[in-house]
Design a protein around this ligand. Structure first.
Ligand SMILES: Nc1ncnc2c1ncn2[C@@H]1O[C@H](COP(=O)(O)OP(=O)(O)O)[C@@H](O)[C@H]1O
Ligand SMILES: [Mg+2]
Length: 500
């Protein structure tokens, strides 16, 4: 599957597309003087790709917080959190695949650097199980990867430059695609700029920036003179995700707008009558500094954002269908899923591969228009792998389990539900092999880590009895599994449940 992001039009009027998968692999550098339209360009890119890929925006000016309303991004006010808090937030955002905007507005340079570094560090350091592709957009990147030491402490500069270098040089393997914008190429650390293979060059005046741009693009300096003539919103595109030859394009419009866009001229108001009295009145008593809001609970926010996220899937034409038709389709979709999972190695195949096969079978079944998207498929698979049938959905206590499961990343939910089911029915606790399998993995260590993670999240308590058998108790619901041998062979708790 290739996803083409439409950035705008070439000067000849053709659609100018960017290949998203290629972009993920080859990164992007945007440069242009202040007012050339870089932030607008980034916004266009973020809006167009939002339905397809997780995003994080490092936003020094609070320009991008307006993405939240329309696209469900979680806005993190960097001011309200410690570095440690932001690092953990970065990890969790990755774990839960929540798109975020890190608003650094109002912080001094030192703190902008430190907090951006902490958050980027969290994205970067997450366990390899969660290396899903993700766009990481850094606006005004010269603030975070300055070419020369500025007024900030050496430590802050080192942290921030290190995080940016990691993002651009080592992020790819971890699924992180760096997209950086700068108004002054000459002010951006060379090693950070050098890792991008795609360029969008906007209006540039200073010779030194033009020379750097020409070097990066492998152009004659004379040719780079053309950057002077670009208009606002016009960029020269070059790179594997864009165009093989320098291509001039106009960036298209955006759905959302910066909260604080360029100030516009407004007619002057009527002259103020008592201007001396109004402007020079005695200042109010020096009130103690305004109370700071308590730091919002990030996990709560993540949960809420996650719940809101599915609403931004690409718009599909609505067709009215009767309830019976829906039920009948559902049943056929379920049947198709069972068929896909019946293959002996289905438990260990990559989700993308399973989904491909599922889509093909759905088409053969005549379900073309009703094929669940990848996200729905992931959820269905989670349930199916955990051995849950349709009957369980009506159970009240079970609703509680589903609610609790929702704080876990999608791919862990099935495992949690499998254990919850065993606890509810007082079946023996599933062994490590069964848990790993429900997670789509062969790794017993991973199964153990999963249980550890759920315990840390306060969902379960694991205990061993005298004979080394494991008992898992669900917190609050107080259902407990019967003791089960962690090393038991891969026998599902209830044999018939294995067939979905
Ligand atoms: N392609 C475009 N179409 C319409 N308006 C644009 C376009 N590019 C930029 N603008 C407008 O021009 C102004 C400056 O753009 P901005 O993206 O903030 O510049 P930069 O980030 O490079 O300083 C903003 O008000 C923005 O809305
Ligand atoms: Mg800008």
């Amino acid at each position: 599957m290739t996803v083409a992001i439409e950035m705008g039009q070439t000067t000849a009027g053709a659609a100018a597309a960017m290949d998203l998968e290629e972009l993920l692999a080859t990164r992007l550098l945007v440069q242009g003087n202040s007012g050339s339209g870089k932030s607008h360009l980034l916004r266009r890119l973020l809006e167009q790709s939002a339905p397809w890929v997780q995003q994080a925006v490092i936003d020094p000016e609070g320009d991008f917080v307006t993405l939240a309303e329309r696209f469900g991004h979680l806005v993190i006010e960097a001011e309200d959190h410690t570095e440690r808090g932001l690092q953990v937030a970065g990890e969790r955002a990755r774990l839960h695949r929540v798109s975020t905007v890190l608003n650094l507005e109002g912080l001094d340079a030192e703190n902008q650097m430190r907090r951006a570094a902490a958050f980027l560090g969290g994205l970067f350091d997450v366990d390899r199980d969660h290396w899903y592709p993700m766009l990481v957009v850094v606006d005004e990147a010269q603030l975070f990867a300055p070419a020369v030491a500025g007024e900030v402490s050496d430590e802050a500069r080192k942290l921030s430059l290190g995080a940016m270098t990691n993002l651009m040089c080592r992020g790819r393997k971890r699924g992180l695609a760096g997209i950086i914008a700068t108004q002054r190429l000459a002010k951006l650390a060379k090693n950070v700029a050098a890792e991008a293979s795609n360029f969008l060059m906007g209006r540039t005046f200073l010779d030194i920036d033009m020379a750097r741009a020409a070097d990066l693009l492998g152009m004659e300096r004379r040719q780079a003179e053309a950057f002077r003539d670009l208009e606002r919103g016009q960029f020269m595109a070059l790179g594997p995700a864009l165009s093989r030859r320098p291509l001039r394009l106009n960036i298209g419009p955006t759905d959302t707008h910066a909260r604080n866009s360029t100030p516009r001229l407004m007619p002057m108001p009527e002259a103020l009558e008592d201007m001396r009295a109004v402007i020079l009145a005695a200042p109010p008593p020096d009130a103690s500094r305004p109370q700071r809001r308590p730091a919002p609970d990030l996990l709560e926010q993540l949960r809420a954002a996650k719940a809101a996220a599915p609403e931004i899937e690409p718009v599909v034409a609505e067709v009215t269908v009767s309830a019976e038709e829906v039920a009948e389709r559902r049943e056929r979709v379920d049947r198709t899923l069972r068929a896909v999972l019946a293959a002996p190695d289905a438990g260990f195949r990559a989700i993308g591969v399973l989904y491909q096969e599922f889509v093909v079978r759905c088409r053969i079944e005549g379900l073309g228009a009703a094929v669940p998207d990848l996200n729905d498929f992931r959820r269905m698979l989670t349930h199916a792998r955990a051995g849950l049938g349709a009957d369980i959905a009506d159970d009240d206590a079970w609703q509680e389990v589903t609610l609790r499961a929702s704080i876990l990343p999608d791919d862990m939910q099935g495992v949690f539900m499998m254990i919850a089911r065993a606890a509810k029915e007082a079946w023996p606790c599933p062994g490590d092999a069964a848990i790993a399998r429900a997670y789509g993995s062969h790794s017993l260590r991973r199964a153990q880590r999963l249980l550890g993670y759920m315990e840390e999240q306060g969902l379960i308590v694991c205990q061993l009895d005298g004979a080394g058998r494991r008992i898992v108790t669900l917190v609050e619901l107080a259902w407990a599994t019967a003791p089960g041998d962690p090393n038991a062979d891969d026998i599902p708790a209830e044999p018939s449940a294995a067939s979905v």
